[in-house]
Design a protein around this ligand. Sequence first.
Ligand SMILES: [Zn+2]
Length: 188
Amino acid sequence: MLRRILLPLLSALALTLVSVVPATADPAEQPRRMSQTVLYYDSSQAAEYTSAVAAAVNVWNSSVDNVRLEPAPAGRRAEIRVITDDGWPRAHLGPVRPGGQVTVWMGRQGTAEGYDAIRIAAHELGHSLGLPDAKPGPCSSLMSGSTGGVNCTNRAPNASERSRVEANYGSGLAGRSVTDGRLLVDRL
Ligand SMILES: [Zn+2]
């Protein structure tokens, strides 16, 4: 008799408990990994290279999982500032961390010599994410920079460049390394 009353009661209680647990977090947040580092960039001073910088950001966001670049909302300090000037393309060496700050200069000398603006932007952002130059190197390497050739339009990091950035923002030792801060000038 008691069982006949208790069992339906217990199963009703179990159903209630299940139903009050939120099914999942915000579905829009699901592709983002819990451990993903978000860095904000400010390209408001990138002038004519603004769209090249956005394209280079898309390249990085589709190439790595452990770090993601997003435009800084108004009033928020950006970890990566992008500034266009008349010098050579150059950048501080990262990996920059949330709350830190590095600068990318989209120097006009690079495109004046005929080099691809998006490849330059992706290369300089590679420095922000902790990749040093890999010169001389082939066009298939993003960090080979100008040594990849003036006609090189490869904007994508290769497998080892991708895995190094993943490690720089991963949970291992490399993921805790501090920003180098050196200024790397991509002079021809
Ligand atoms: Zn470089």
